[in-house]
Structure formats: C-alpha cells, structure tokens
Ligand binder design. Structure first.
Ligand code: SF4
Length: 329
C-alpha cells in the first residue's frame, strides 16, 4: 500500500444494502447486497471477488446510482472524494457518472451505441465534459486507442461497433470510460473477451493510470489470475456479504475464510501444496432466503452447529467462526 492510499480513501462504502422486490418468495425481498463495506484509495487497484450472484455488479451499479426498480438502495453510505453520493439528485449524479466515476461493463454492447461511429461516441464526452474541440477530442481518442493496442490508423474512429471484433469492442468501451480521466474506474470483468496479450495491455494501462495519475480502480472479477497482476488488496463477497478482505498476496498465500480458499483452489497453488482442496459445491442459494447463520455453512466442510445458527461478524478481516489459519487447517 502506498502513501497516497493511506492518506485518502477516494471511495468509502459503508454498510451498503441493495434489495430487490421478490413477490413470489416467502420473504418478498431479495437481499442482493446486504451490509457491504470497503474503501478504495487514490491510486489503488482493489479487487472485488465473488462468484455470480455474490453482489459484485449490483454494488458497482449502486456506486453509480444506477439501481433501478424492482431494486432499491435501502441502507448505507457511499462517500466519493469526500462527498456523500447516497441521496444525490439525479441531475448531480449525471455529472459524476462518466466524468468522475466511469463504469467499464463486462459486455461492451451495453456501452457502445451500434448506430454511431466510434468517433461520434468516444469524442462526445471529452467535448461536453472537458470542453475539448472536435480535433482535440479525436486526437485524444486516437492516442488512447493506440495505448490499448489499436494500430495508429485513425480510421478506427470512422468505424461502427459491428465492424470491430469482440476484443476491439471491449477495448473501445474501456477507452470510452477513460477518455475523461475519471478519478475512479469501476471495471466489471473488463478482460473476459480478450486474448492474454491484450489482457496484459489493458492491465498495464490501468496500472499506469493508477500509479501516475492517482486513478482508483475497483476491479470486479472472479478471475484471480488477472487480479493478481493488477490489484494490491482484495475484498471477497459471498451471498451479498464481505467474508474476507486483505492484501491479495496474503489472501492467496494463506486464506482464512473457507470460501476464499475454495476460490483460490479453483487454481492450484504451488505455495499451498498439501492443504486439502475445497472445491465449492452447489451454489450460494436464493437471495430471498439466504441460509441462517453463516451463509456459507451449507457448502462449508468445517461447519458446526454454531455456524448454522449465528452469523459471524467481520473481525480482523474475516467473517468466520473458525478461520482456517487459526484452526490449523
Ligand atoms: Fe465455515 Fe463456519 Fe466459517 Fe462459515 S463460520 S465459513 S460455516 S467454518
């Protein structure tokens, strides 16, 4: 962790809860995000891990004020650059979105308009938000596409999204997110459609933005291999709750929550040879009826009666009644 991270939490999420109406369930409510908290420092890349349905993407949408009915933010605080975002008027939120906080979608189709050329959609925000001339915006867009592995031919800006490959669309969507130099980038599985060389290009670009310009990055993923190459710290989500947090190298070497171990066991590790593998079986379950006690207990090989009855609090970075290292497992 560098000095910049220690000084300034660029983003501080506290006790965030986002629920969805679930009229066909007994409880009537799906608790997709249920008391989540973490911080991202200036110039820090924080990995937010979890399997599908853990609440990662809903958390990102909540930060951007994009939770829509039947969902609603029911509790918590989201402070960004010293300002509370919860309760912000939509007109003010529009100024934050794109200009100060950018979201890179997993699916570039969600970001790119199919009937506009790349030039039309990439240059619009820098002109509107930064007051650049059309020529300066095109120059900036062409340079950024170059950094992202597009060759120097400025003809890219005349193309429509359907004239690009999947990987090119994904990088164009990333360029669109970065063009206004946001303070914070929420990157939701941004490298899924890319081959390994281009993954390295994207990782290197975001790492440089973080270290040279102080950009904070929330790297939302289930891919530990890529996360290790970019993030310094990690937060692990399970069933809408934070179950473990800490330096990524430490979590990788010596995870304390059985679910974190299960995530890492999906990729064999030379440093933990000899530890029993904990491949996760089944799924986390239904957010309208999370299991009692520890939500991981139906899948946990170490569960006991206390685990099924009492929900463990997050203490010293882990939410588990029997953390692995302390229990000698
Ligand atoms: Fe497993 Fe119990 Fe820890 Fe939950 S609290 S992860 S069930 S040992």
């Amino acid at each position: 962790m560098n000095a910049r991270e220690l000084r300034t939490p660029l983003l501080a999420v506290r006790d965030l809860a986002v629920h969805f109406d679930a009229p066909h369930s007994a409880s009537g409510v799906a608790r997709a995000v249920d008391g989540v908290g973490f911080e991202v420092g200036e110039g820090e890349v924080l990995a937010l891990f979890g399997e599908s349905g853990s609440g990662k993407s809903v958390t990102a949408r909540a930060i951007l004020g994009l939770v829509e009915r039947p969902g609603r933010l029911v509790a918590g605080s989201i402070r960004f650059a010293g300002r509370e975002l919860v309760g912000l008027a939509e007109s003010d939120y529009r100024r934050v979105r794109g200009r100060e906080i950018a979201l890179v979608f997993q699916d570039p189709a969600a970001a790119l308009n199919p009937v506009l050329t790349l030039g039309e959609q990439l240059c619009e925000a820098p002109r509107a938000h930064l007051g650049l001339t059309a020529a300066a915006a095109r120059e900036r867009a062409t340079a950024l596409l170059g950094e992202l592995g597009f060759d120097g031919d400025s003809g890219w800006l005349a193309r429509f999204p359907h004239q690009l490959s999947g990987g090119q669309r994904q990088r164009a969507a990333l360029a669109q997110a970065l063009l206004c130099e946001p303070k914070l980038v929420l990157a939701d599985e941004p490298t899924t459609a890319l081959d390994p060389t281009l993954v390295a290009t994207v990782v290197e670009l975001l790492r440089r933005r973080a270290s040279e310009r102080g950009t904070g990055v929330l790297w939302i993923t289930h891919d530990l291999r890529v996360a290790r190459s970019i993030a310094s710290r990690a937060v692990v989500l399970y069933a809408g709750r934070v179950v473990e947090t800490g330096p990524l190298a430490e979590l990788s070497r010596s995870p304390r929550h059985p679910y974190t171990r299960a995530l890492f066991d999906a990729r064999p590790s030379a440093t933990r040879r000899g530890s029993p593998l904990l491949a996760p079986q089944g799924s986390a379950g239904d957010p309208s009826a999370w299991p009692s006690g520890c939500r991981f207990h139906p899948r946990c090989p170490f569960a006991d009666a206390a685990c099924a009855a009492i929900e463990p609090a997050l203490a010293r970075g882990v939410a588990c009644h029997h953390p692995l290292a302390e229990a000698g497992r």
